[in-house]
Design a protein around this ligand. Structure first.
Ligand code: ZN
Length: 158
């Protein structure tokens, strides 16, 4: 996959017009996440309802197009999902950008626009940019399960 198609319209659109960007004062969990390998930073805000659904997901951040677009797309993809389904999507997305997933029609349907980030699997040093928001979400869900409300995540080199 070429760089041109990697930085496709969907990614650029989410980078320039991020969805669900902003603070969420009533969040149940706030995760501060950093990827020092690239300089990406984001804060993820999660609100869960009584049925363990992700009622609201927002983020603020600065960083490269891949990290910010991935965060924006993630908030859209997991909004309203039950916790278990969000966790399944985290695994599927990470497998895709790490080049470990065979994407059949069902997987592509579940990923939707996120498939536009598949090309990251060809750029090893950008994988952590793409997974930052997703690892932050995982961390936030685990912190929520532990009864906590704040978590921090710092990516490390492999
Ligand atoms: Zn980055």
């Amino acid at each position: 996959m070429s760089l041109r198609s990697l930085y496709g319209n969907i990614i650029l659109d989410h980078y320039k017009n991020p969805r669900n960007m902003g603070e969420l004062p009533e969040a149940d969990v706030v995760v501060e996440a950093r990827n020092p390998l690239c300089g990406d930073e984001l804060t993820l805000y999660l609100k869960l309802d009584d049925n363990q659904r992700l009622a609201e997901v927002k983020f603020t951040g600065v960083g490269c197009a891949i990290s910010q677009a991935s965060a924006s797309m993630m908030t859209v993809a997991v909004q309203g999902l039950p916790k278990e389904e969000a966790e399944e999507l985290i695994q599927l997305f990470k497998q895709m950008v790490m080049g470990e997933a065979e994407l059949d029609a069902e997987a592509e349907a579940r990923l939707g626009d996120l498939v536009s980030l598949e090309g990251v699997s060809q750029l090893h040093n950008r994988v952590k940019c793409a997974t930052l928001a997703w690892n932050a979400l995982q961390e936030g869900l685990e912190e929520f399960a532990r009864g906590g409300s704040r978590a921090e995540l710092v990516e490390k080199a492999d």
